[in-house]
Write a protein that binds this ligand. Structure first.
Ligand SMILES: CC(C)(COP(=O)(O)OP(=O)(O)OC[C@H]1O[C@@H](n2cnc3c(N)ncnc32)[C@H](O)[C@@H]1OP(=O)(O)O)[C@@H](O)C(=O)NCCC(=O)NCCS
Length: 426
């Protein structure tokens, strides 16, 4: 590891300190070789004052127990019907797993406790089918969880729910994780799975706003692999319930968890709650970040070199796109009030985040802003992305005459010979 990597990691600490992360671990991961490393990472996050709650599933273990005991389980993941023998399997599997997790946490000097915080009632009869011992989360005993967290104890939550009469129900761990994340106001819900992330129609989703994920789920849920559909649905549910970020990571990868938490370009999938929340006006302290962000673009002659003074002079025109408070893209809107025109400028998306629709989102943002300001035309100058503006932003090629007089003079003096692109706003 380079020391500069450490700088990258440390910048996250202030925003995560005293905040809660929910780690929802699939049962299959507990028996993975990497599980010890995963718990080491949990200990590391805990040492940074990040409050961790562990929720675990048990379907893989229920499956193997059922085979071992030659019982036909009525359901594996707590979403279907749980008959009495399956509940028994679930209890055995969940208890063993919880114990293994407690052992692993002890090995990392962490105090932990298995809890009965999920208050559940029977899921009931749905379309004529009695779901027997499958439970529905009624509420989460957050007071107890908060007490444990404040006392420095890691709560471990099995996929079991309890009612006031001492009955136990099998509940789905993906759903439990959402309920706990929502009620504890967690800032992250991280599903630790055996897959690299959410895969839609064969392609790994790196990062997606929840609105887009919900549309995919509504229009083409078959595009998700069946075993990951529940993660996609629950990640979306978490974001809709107010959890800002839901992640799906591969728990079998050595850097899966830390890579996702401490880098702007995690290794798995990130679903975020509000897409425009990521765009904000630039502040004085961002000038250096803008300069270093566009550096490569300037070197490749894609963008004009901008001095600190140039940016500071028009700072109000600049906007930053952030992921976890790190600038990863920028854009500017310069207004020419006399001509009632605006110029979209300094659009740059860091290469690690290309092809995720961020460029388009920034163009849309600036376009909306220009419309709100009542401008009649949006201009853009580009040397190497003119077809991008044409095909993705619906700009058309313009002429030097389209530029306001002062701007045209600078254009001619620069010798960059950029293409001029125009979009009529009304
Ligand atoms: C051009 C740029 C802003 C695109 O950002 P992005 O977030 O990667 O783009 P999006 O995710 O919105 O769109 C990706 C699509 O645009 C295409 N695209 C990306 N760069 C392109 C370019 N220079 N020319 C033409 N098409 C381009 C991709 O192939 C992809 O196409 P597809 O959707 O058909 O597969 C980014 O590559 C960049 O910062 N370039 C350097 C700076 C620059 O030229 N800025 C414009 C001058 S102001």
């Amino acid at each position: 590891m380079k020391l500069t990597d450490l700088r990258g990691i440390l910048q996250y600490i202030p925003q995560f300190r005293e905040k809660t992360f929910i780690l929802a671990i699939d049962g299959a991961i507990v028996t993975n070789d990497n599980f010890a490393t995963l718990l080491l990472d949990v200990a590391l996050l805990w040492s940074l004052n990040i409050r961790i709650v562990l929720v675990h599933g048990a379907s893989a273990q229920i499956r193997s127990l059922a085979e071992e005991q030659q019982i036909t389980a009525s359901d594996f993941d707590g979403a279907g019907v749980t008959d009495a023998p399956t509940l028994k399997l679930a209890l055995t599997a969940a208890n063993r797993l919880t114990h293994e997790i407690l052992e692993g946490l002890s090995a990392n000097d962490l105090r932990a406790a298995c809890t009965n915080v999920i208050i559940a009632h029977p899921l009931g009869i749905i379309q004529g089918v009695d779901h027997l011992f499958t439970g529905k989360v009624e509420r989460v005993d957050t007071e107890f969880l908060q007490t444990l967290l404040t006392q420095g104890v890691v709560p471990v939550i099995p996929p079991l729910g309890f009612d006031g009469d001492g009955r136990t129900y099998r509940v789905n761990s993906d759903g439990v994780a959402v309920a706990v994340a929502e009620q504890l106001k967690a800032i992250k819900l991280i599903y630790v799975t055996s897959a690299d992330g959410l895969v839609y129609r064969g392609q790994l989703i790196r990062q997606m706003p929840v609105a887009e994920l919900s549309t995919l789920l509504r229009d083409d849920s078959a595009g998700f692999a069946p075993e990951m559909l529940s993660k996609a649905q629950h990640a979306a549910a978490a974001c809709h319930a107010g959890v800002p970020r839901a992640h799906v990571v591969n728990g079998g990868l050595e850097e899966g968890l830390l890579g996702e938490v401490f880098s702007n370009h995690g290794l798995g999938t990130l679903i975020h709650a509000n897409e425009y929340e990521d765009i904000r006006p630039a502040k004085k302290k961002d000038v250096r970040a803008i300069q270093s962000l566009i550096q490569l673009g300037v070197e490749a002659d894609e963008l004009l070199k901008r001095s600190r003074t140039m940016i500071e002079k028009n700072l109000d025109d600049y906007f930053i796109f952030e992921i976890d408070k790190n600038p990863i893209a920028c854009i500017a809107l310069h207004v020419y009030p006399e001509q009632n025109k605006g110029e979209l400028a300094c659009l740059y998306v860091s290469s690690l985040h290309e092809n995720q629709g961020i460029g388009r989102k920034l163009i849309q943002f600036v376009e909306n802003r220009a419309r709100r300001l009542g401008l009649s035309q949006l201009l853009a100058l580009s040397t190497q992305a003119f077809t991008y503006f044409q095909s993705k932003g619906n700009f058309v090629e313009g002429r030097p005459d389209d530029l306001p007089p002062g701007r045209r003079e600078r254009y001619e003096q620069s010798g960059r010979n950029s293409k001029i692109l125009v979009k009529h706003l009304r």
